[in-house]
Design a protein around this ligand. Sequence first.
Ligand code: SF4
Ligand code: SF4
Length: 316
Amino acid sequence: MQSLDPIFQPIKLGLHTVPGVWAYMFPEEVKYFQVDPEIRSSCFNCPQVKDAGFHPSVRCCTVIPRVPNFLMGMALNSEPTRGLIESYIAGGHVLPEGSNISPKQLLASLSYIVKPDRDNPTVVCPFLNWENKQCGIYAFRSTVCSTFFCHHDRGEEGGIFWEDLQDLGSQIEAALSQWALSEIGFDREGYFQRFNSLSEKPDSCSEEGKTGWSLSARQLLWGEWFGRETEFYKACADVIIQNKKDLYKIASAQSILQTEAYDESVRQELVKTFPKDLVAEALPDGKPEKIQNLWYSLQLSHRNLQLSRLPKSSEK
Ligand code: SF4
Ligand code: SF4
């Protein structure tokens, strides 16, 4: 069975559990990084419930994560996670690169950041199990979720290290999800052109009474794969698994396309209501950073993290 492949099994980075794909998508050295346990971010006894009034069941999962197509496909091939992904697909929340925040969800998310109602969170990750407070797609969660800690036991050096790891992992996920599109025979360039054409009619992306993408937007973006999203994601997972030994090399060589025109039209609408900085953070502008440069930054921040463990000269 495909789900017996080791890529389905979470691995450890220090004491932290991360998705099994990490063993393949990062440079080999990452597996041997010396990483401190982030004990102060004790998620099952979340300090932010008391300190910042976070909802005790939801805590910081008040986001709509971007899960790449191949992780969605792996989650569909795994019994405990299949149902969650199938319902998310049925709700119209996903696009060919993976789960993708819809215009309505983005609006709700920014409104929540500006005016959070901690007792009654209006934006909650669809994969969160409120009852046991667990992530429903833990083995397949995105790099952003795997690297987020609200406190860093080793202070600034720890924060920079996790942030650099997050930037590198997110860029690798974006590159691999786009590579997978081409590998399964999906016209990646045509898809991005169609996406950008939505900048001329951004309102057509949403539908009355629904939080996901509109039917017309999904039909346009999925093309001939519309209605076969499950099959599509599984095909993306398959090509990633078949090429697992070369994932970092593949990601480094991949050019990353962006939905610049569409993003700009959304930005122009959002700045009418929300602060410019907030919009810039939610929808960053500019060209994607090269994966090799992000890897270089991560190596430096890892080295600084190691140096921060040495006793200061005054402590000797
Ligand atoms: S990372 Fe999130 S869940 Fe974990 S302690 Fe911090 S706020 Fe709480
Ligand atoms: S994917 Fe998991 S960790 Fe990430 S926000 Fe959702 S429930 Fe939380």
